[in-house]
Design a protein around this ligand. Structure first.
Ligand code: TYD
Length: 137
């Protein structure tokens, strides 16, 4: 599976670091929503869903966590532990976020407003959807 990671160049100087992200320039979509996950309890797995249309970029701006991606054929695990690194997640991709360090802050940039009807929360339904899309290609 192809993993698309972005390296956002920090503007570092002797005061410290700064990363700037511009929608449709550094981020490949218009950013319509930003949310972040923190204070995650030990052993918790979040996500466990796919999106029909939504695209996202995940940045662990503090601490670390792991992301498991499944496209219905292959799966991959990605460690996010750098505040200047972003993981792109396309639509039709199952994701699970886990192994959060106690200090982890996971920032998510999303291409659409929150829309419950865009979620696929059932893995069997997800598999059926990606397999039927594969047949029509
Ligand atoms: P949830 O979908 O369970 O998060 P995750 O996929 O990371 O496990 O979301 C937790 C709650 O937050 C749920 O009540 C829906 C709400 N929520 C919003 O209101 N807006 C959002 O953009 C997101 C992602 C969640």
């Amino acid at each position: 599976m192809e993993i698309k990671k972005y390296c956002f160049p920090p503007h570092g100087d002797d005061r410290g670091q700064l990363v700037a992200l511009e929608a449709e320039r550094d981020i490949p979509f218009p950013v319509r929503r930003v949310y972040y996950i923190y204070d995650t309890a030990e052993g918790v797995t979040r996500g466990l869903h796919a999106h029909k249309r939504l695209e996202q970029i995940l940045i662990c701006v503090h601490g670390s966590c792991r992301i498991r991606l499944k496209d219905g054929r292959e799966e991959a695990e990605v460690l996010l532990d750098k505040p200047w690194e972003g993981l792109y997640i396309a639509n039709n991709m199952w994701r699970e976020m886990y192994d959060f360090s106690p200090d982890a802050v996971l920032l998510v940039l999303a291409s659409q407003h929150y829309d419950e009807s865009d979620y696929i929360r059932d893995y069997a339904e997800f598999l059926k959807m990606v397999q039927s899309e594969g047949e029509t290609e």
